[in-house]
Design a protein around this ligand. Structure first.
Ligand code: S3P
Length: 176
């Protein structure tokens, strides 16, 4: 089984991906970490030194490489991955891949992300919370059309990671 978790920054894609992989005894891949290894730079350094377009190209190459793997995996994408190039099309058309959009209520998202913005180059510069919320609302609105192309949607609002994991497994109709 190949599972791809997607959704906006801060929804918990990596945490849930790791949990799911452990539970199903599958290989876990975090796309951002994969790119960091490939490029030998952190995501922030990549944005700073090479620019976002370079990052987006590296992101698409990494995604293609992972999707082509024969072995099963759980892959957590970056928040922007589904939005660029042919990425979402490649995900949908990949044989044996199930994709899940992890959704989080906008208020929770803004609260959580505002605390964790430093490591995220697209939002690190925001100091005013109202401006930040405006950005997130608009950005999410633009991106959602791609996220909704996923095979499943899972709302993780007010759920613990273990509850989300349970729901995710129910979604796949798996017995563990
Ligand atoms: C991005 C999200 C980040 C990372 C990069 C760009 C985005 O991943 O890929 O900073 O465009 O939303 P997370 O969603 O894991 O924060």
């Amino acid at each position: 089984m190949k599972v791809i978790l997607l959704g906006y920054m801060g929804v918990g894609k990596s945490t849930l991906g790791q949990l799911l992989a452990e539970t199903l005894d599958l290989h876990f891949i975090d796309l951002d970490s994969y790119i960091e290894k490939m490029e030998e730079l952190s995501i922030s350094e990549l944005f700073e030194r090479k620019g976002e377009i370079y990052f987006r190209k590296a992101e698409s190459i990494a995604l293609e490489e992972i999707i082509a793997k024969k072995e099963d995996f759980v892959l957590s994408l970056g928040g922007g991955t589904p939005v660029y190039g042919n990425n979402m099309k490649n995900i949908i058309e990949a044989p044996g891949v199930t994709s899940v959009y992890l959704k989080l209520n906008i208020h929770h998202l803004v609260e959580k992300l505002f605390q964790q913005k430093e490591s995220r180059p697209l939002i690190a510069h925001y100091t005013d919370k109202i401006e930040f919320e405006e950005f997130v609302r608009k950005h999410l609105f633009e991106r959602q059309q791609f996220y909704y192309m996923a095979d499943h949607v899972l709302d993780v609002t007010d759920k613990t990671p273990s509850k989300s994991l349970e729901n995710l497994i129910e979604l796949f109709n798996l017995n563990t």
